[in-house]
Design a binder for this molecule. Structure first.
Ligand SMILES: [Zn+2]
Length: 285
């Protein structure tokens, strides 16, 4: 299931905009003969379980729909049973029907650099299971989803939303763009201090993933969970609306806008406003 969720976002970005290399990790693991390895994966002779490749026990978790390809070069994702930051506050909010603490998207999950300021390496994702289950229950209780939707479904959707948000941070920072750039060559420009830009982009990618779901009912339900989680959250988590609802918005324009920011030398021009200006240039192209 985890692969389906990461693939849904990353393969779509790859296929639609030429971002990222789904098989980047293969070269490191197997050397040069990438085509043979891909053929082996496609024919089911070699499987990947999110951590390692194998030729044994290729059971159901390896099986893919025809033509379905996995995005292998994903960051490390750790589903943790540890308490997240602000754990007590979150549980108290869930038990007493109070608003959730701010920054909730990045309390339920985290995109963390391996070391302080290690912008030249990809970070890791941590997903906090216990809090997600509690918050999922709260959202289910407070929102009307219709009788056919179960609490477990909402908890699972919340997992996916938090994972897409954190992957959104990884995409922004690390996924290579169509010019093979990452946002790591000038660390100062990739600065967590610019929360409105970085959170705005993570939310855009979350929205992109939801918006590209094929099933309309499912999409509507994901959107409801997303909106519920957004309630009472600080402005930076709402910035995607300024981007997406802009009259001249296109997803291609957004990706080009990020590509521009990645090569901008003037830190004052690495801003949400400048991103919006670039998006407008790509309107109707
Ligand atoms: Zn975030």
């Amino acid at each position: 299931m985890i692969n389906r969720i990461t693939d849904h976002l990353l393969m779509s970005l790859h296929n639609e905009f030429g971002w990222g290399d789904p098989y980047d990790e293969l070269d490191k693991m197997f050397g040069g003969d990438r085509e043979t390895i891909i053929k082996m994966i496609d024919s089911g002779m070699l499987g990947y379980n999110g951590e390692q490749f194998g030729t044994d026990n290729l059971g159901s978790e390896w099986q893919r729909a025809a033509g379905y390809r996995e995005y292998i070069a994903i960051p490390k994702i750790d589903f943790s049973e540890s308490n997240c930051e602000n754990y007590t506050e979150i549980i108290e909010a869930c038990e007493n029907d109070k608003p959730l603490p701010g920054k909730i998207f990045d309390l339920l999950g985290e995109y963390r650099l391996k070391e302080k300021d290690a912008y030249d390496q990809q970070g890791e994702i941590i997903i906090y299971n216990r809090c997600i289950r509690q918050v999922g229950k709260k959202i289910y209780k407070e929102t009307s989803f219709g009788s056919e939707v179960t609490e477990d479904t909402i908890i699972n959707y919340l997992y996916d939303i938090v994972l897409w948000h954190e992957l959104g941070h990884w995409v922004t920072h690390w996924m290579t763009d169509s010019n093979l750039h990452r946002w790591n060559n000038q660390p100062k420009l990739f600065d967590e201090a610019n929360t409105e830009l970085l959170e705005g982009l993570a939310q855009c990618f979350t929205y992109y993933a939801m918006n590209h779901l094929k099933d309309d009912k499912e999409k509507e339900c994901y959107m409801k969970v997303f909106e519920s989680l957004l309630k009472d959250q600080p402005d930076c988590y709402h910035k995607h609306k300024e981007i997406i609802q802009c009259k001249v918005f296109t997803w291609k324009g957004l990706m080009k806008g990020i590509e521009n920011l990645r090569t901008e030398n003037d830190i004052n021009k690495v801003s949400l406003e400048d991103l919006k200006k670039t998006i407008s240039k790509y309107w109707q192209i």
